[in-house]
Write a protein that binds this ligand. Structure first.
Ligand SMILES: [Zn+2]
Length: 202
């Protein structure tokens, strides 16, 4: 989300200079009117595009006009949110992730850097199979190796029993209430989705 965060930061910085001469910030009312005005301009462009598609007479708008007005509307939405104390990036990311959780989609947006596999140091990707190392944290299941004695039961740290399969791990998603519950459920039923820290390979 670097692009959006940069936009927001730049808007805040420019705003200070914009009003420097008057020393007076636009209030919520101004920002609200400005936003609705820009949404109106956007829809006026959409109207002209639909008009052209219908083959009717009247003024036209270009694809550049459309992009311009979408940009304006977004900027004004940022300014309005800022004025009302809402971090629009954080709000949009949180809402996106909540909707994914609610409807069972794996897609998540990460505001921060994802954690890294402690063995290969690569950032974890959504849905990659990971194993929880008892001392080091998360690692790729593929980085964990095939030796049975590298694995332990997560609940008490005891070795795997004879014939007990080597854990395959679980798909990684950013830490959310839902993935935490799924992970803990999986842990409760397999009891062996772990790896001893003793043979760390980094
Ligand atoms: Zn790895």
């Amino acid at each position: 989300m670097t692009t959006f965060t940069d936009l927001r930061t730049a808007l805040i910085a420019r705003q200070k200079e914009w009003v420097a001469d008057s020393g007076q910030e636009p209030d919520v009312g101004f920002r609200a009117i400005e936003f609705v005005g820009e949404v109106g301009e956007l829809f006026n462009v959409i109207k002209k595009i639909l008009r052209e598609a219908g083959g009717w007479r009247g003024t036209r708008a270009t694809p550049e006009d459309l992009a311009d007005e979408f940009g304006d509307a977004l900027i004004c939405l940022y300014n309005l949110a800022e004025k009302m104390g809402v971090d629009l990036d954080a709000a949009a990311i949180a809402k996106f992730n909540r909707t994914s959780e609610k409807y069972g989609f794996p897609h998540r947006i990460m505001a921060d850097e994802p954690p890294r596999c402690f063995a290969c140091r690569e950032p974890l990707q959504l849905g990659q199979m990971v194993i929880h190392d008892i001392t080091e944290g998360l690692m790729h299941a593929t980085c964990c190796g095939p030796e049975r004695d590298a694995y332990v039961r997560l609940d008490d740290g005891s070795p795997l029993e004879d014939g007990e399969p080597i854990p395959t791990g679980h798909p990684w998603y950013p830490d959310t209430p839902e993935t935490r519950i799924a992970y803990e459920d999986g842990r409760a039923t397999t009891a062996s989705a772990g790896r001893t820290g003793a043979n760390g390979e980094d």
